[in-house]
Design a binder for this molecule. Structure first.
Ligand code: HEC
Ligand code: HEC
Length: 242
């Protein structure tokens, strides 16, 4: 409960921040212009034929310009794998992926529009979130990651251009058997810590609000048994990757 309202508070902050910078950018050339109307975050269906960039701009209030988020509760999308992007948007749309906000937003877009955005964000350049982290915990976090998460979130959870060559076969096999564990495309390294924290809480909530592979559930169970410090160490490790 408390976490949920904290998340919403952060979100609202993120929206305010995002809109603030949009208004600022729009005003910059003509300081005398009336401020842009404080539009609600876009959920309205878009006219088909919109360009990828125009579509993606409707996400900027929360996910930042070109997908580099400046709000701690909205993830950076730049560098997302296009297939993962389409899959999670479909999940939001159909309600199989838990969300606070994205379900409503995703419903406003056709599959074609989502595919255009997937391509746009995949090509956008990832930039790590500028945030504080506990440097003393990074080493411990790296150890936990290597032991429990690296198998699927390879290279420390970095944005991957492609599956590392030695894992490509495994990835192909994995598609048949999700429990095997191959490369996953989620951005963990340099992603916003509050977003990661809330997302992990969604997986481990009882009853869980998002599905994950059994092996990830086991890994997370172990982390939570090891206490808050283990989770803090993992998050510090991801935040430290700049
Ligand atoms: C009002 C703020 C807001 C807007 C506008 C918004 N998002 Fe989101 N987005 C979020 C939040 C918050 C999450 C985390 C899931 C949730 O709780 O809804 C998220 C998650 C996502 C994710 C999952 C990322 C991951 O790594 O799993 C994708 C993809 C995404 N958004 C795409 C979009 C696209 C595309 C648009 C524009 C069409 C958009 N979002 C507009 C707030 C927003
Ligand atoms: C067996 C493979 C596997 C292992 C091991 C694993 N994960 Fe995952 N992880 C996944 C898959 C698959 C997803 C996407 C699930 C979904 O669609 O919601 C995921 C999603 C995530 C996400 C959500 C990212 C986002 O932006 O939506 C986080 C955070 C995450 N994992 C962290 C971890 C951590 C931390 C560990 C180690 C303690 C770990 N995972 C271990 C496979 C794994």
């Amino acid at each position: 409960m408390a976490n949920k309202s904290k998340k919403l508070a952060l979100l609202v902050g993120g929206i305010a921040l995002g809109l603030g910078s949009l208004v600022h950018a729009a005003d910059a050339p003509k300081p005398a212009a009336a401020p842009a109307p404080a539009a609600a975050p876009p959920a309205a269906p878009l006219v088909s034929g919109a360009t990828a960039e125009a579509l993606a701009n409707t996400c900027a209030g929360c996910h930042g310009t070109a997908g580099v988020s400046v709000g701690p509760a909205s993830p950076t999308l730049a560098g997302s794998n296009a297939d993962y992007f389409k899959e999670i948007m479909k999940g939001y749309k159909e309600g199989t992926a838990y969300s606070t906000i994205m379900g409503r937003i995703a419903k406003g877009f056709s599959d074609e529009e989502i595919a255009l955005m997937a391509d746009y964000f995949a090509k956008a350049k990832f930039a790590p979130a500028k945030q504080k982290f506990d440097a003393a915990l990074v080493k411990e976090g790296a150890k936990i990651h290597d032991k429990s998460c690296e198998k699927c979130h390879s290279e420390g959870g970095k944005v991957l251009a492609a599956a590392p060559a030695d894992k490509k076969d495994k990835k192909a096999k994995k598609d048949d058997d999700d429990e095997e564990g191959g490369d996953e495309w989620q951005i963990l390294a340099g992603q916003w810590t509050p977003y990661l924290k809330y997302t992990l809480e969604d997986y481990t909530a009882s009853p869980a609000r998002r599905e994950m592979p059994k092996k990830m559930a086991k890994a997370l169970e172990k982390v939570s048994k090891d206490g808050d410090k283990a989770l803090a160490a993992l998050l510090a490790y991801y935040a430290s990757q700049q």
